[in-house]
Design a protein around this ligand. Structure first.
Ligand SMILES: NC(=O)c1ccc[n+]([C@@H]2O[C@H](COP(=O)([O-])OP(=O)(O)OC[C@H]3O[C@@H](n4cnc5c(N)ncnc54)[C@H](O)[C@@H]3O)[C@@H](O)[C@H]2O)c1
Length: 354
């Protein structure tokens, strides 16, 4: 069976292995990166664990790894400080030690929660990502950003903590709803807009469904390059936030009923519009981005007022001191970091959403 491997050399080096059916071979791969491993804790949610939990437990068991499971309710509400504390207490009560590993089996919510618990428990324990959403596969499972949400906003408590291994089985995406798949497609289009015009052209021409493993490999490679250049988000990595300042504001205004990927899609169009109106764009790209996202059945507009979106953005964690780093678009495949004084942000939101 074909296994595509992307090696990530960050503060920790690890492989991202993409292959259909790799879930059933997870035990062998995990054992190979952590020799002598005899126990693991699977963290999952109540949608994913009934679908894939037993298969993971079986392959661990076949490789002499016993496992406990901690299953949270599905959805963003589990990326929460109280659930995080429960997970830490669960690990301590079960006397989990540094010889063990945490395995995140699920989407970005489970991955972010597990990663932060792994970064914190015993001041750091290894963890493995098994992304079961396309969004987690192309984005959140790679790069080591982990977090939970606070009342004031998303991802306000977290850590940089790289996984020891990422195993991506695209067959698990077959049980995703169309909406969840579209969330991952939105993040994939984002890579094209940021830095790979050929990839954008390819999706425009051929859609997203064909050769999905190759597309995941390409997205992971782009993310790898950016993470290797700037693991701790001081510069280039901010490019990955294309659409996110606008997107987070949209998620917050919707009380998180609009999903992350959908909000990023709307946010990318907003960024393109703002870039054009500010005279930064060298080509008119908002129409092309809107057309592609629409053809992929992603939303490109939202019903919230500029006023409420702006207020929501101000509570976003990327508001640092007196300025904010927005990602704007010169042309498709060429995005830039644009530092804006906070007092000008309202003006940009007006350009982006009207
Ligand atoms: N750490 C990062 O770098 C990073 C990057 C992007 C997004 N994120 C975070 O990721 C989260 C969003 O991730 P997500 O979109 O994967 O959401 P999610 O984890 O909530 O998963 C979406 C839904 O799909 C279900 N699901 C997952 N896999 C399934 C499968 N194979 N079959 C059927 N149902 C399945 C889940 O139970 C859930 O209901 C957000 O919290 C966002 O902030 C983190």
């Amino acid at each position: 069976m074909l296994e595509r491997t992307v090696r990530v050399n960050a503060s920790k080096s690890y492989d991202v292995i993409i292959s259909k059916g790799i879930l059933d071979r997870a035990g062998e791969h995990i054992k190979a990166v952590k020799k002598g491993l005899s126990s693991a804790v699977i963290v999952s949610d109540d949608n994913v664990f009934p679908l894939y939990g037993e298969r993971l437990k079986r392959t661990l068991n076949d490789n002499c790894i016993s496992s406990l499971e901690f299953v949270v309710p599905h959805g963003e509400k589990s990326k929460d400080i109280a659930v995080f504390a429960e997970l830490l207490e669960f690990l301590a009560t079960n006397k989990v030690n540094k010889g063990s590993v945490l395995i995140a089996l699920g989407g970005g919510v489970v991955g972010d929660l597990t990663g932060f618990a792994a970064a914190s428990y015993l001041r750091g324990i290894e963890f493995i990502q098994i992304p079961t959403t396309l969004l987690a596969a192309v984005d959140s499972s790679v790069g080591g950003k982990t977090a939970v949400n606070l009342k004031a906003g998303k991802n306000l408590a977290g850590a940089f903590w790289q996984p020891s291994l990422v195993l991506c089985d695209p067959e698990t995406f077959e049980t995703l709803s169309f909406e969840e798949l579209a969330n991952g497609i939105s993040e994939s289009v984002k890579y094209g807009v940021i830095c790979d015009r050929d990839f954008f052209d390819d999706i425009e021409k051929n859609g997203f469904e064909s050769d999905i493993e190759k597309k995941i490999e390409l997205c992971v490679s782009i993310k790898r390059d950016i993470v290797e250049a700037d693991e701790f988000d001081k510069g280039k990595r901010k490019l990955l936030n294309l659409g996110h300042t606008f997107g987070h504001a949209i998620e917050k205004c919707s009380d998180f009923t609009i999903s992350h990927g959908a909000a990023v899609a709307i946010g990318m169009v907003a960024a393109a519009r703002a870039s054009e109106k500010l005279g930064l764009a060298e080509e008119k790209c908002s129409d092309r981005i809107t057309a592609l996202l629409t053809s992929l059945k992603l939303p490109t507009s939202c019903p919230y007022s500029v006023e409420s979106l702006f207020d929501a953005a101000l509570s976003d964690k990327k508001v640092e001191d007196k300025s904010i780093s927005l990602i704007l678009i010169r042309k498709i495949g060429d995005s830039i970091i644009y530092d804006v004084p906070l007092k000008e942000l309202k003006n940009i939101f007006e350009k982006a959403f009207s």
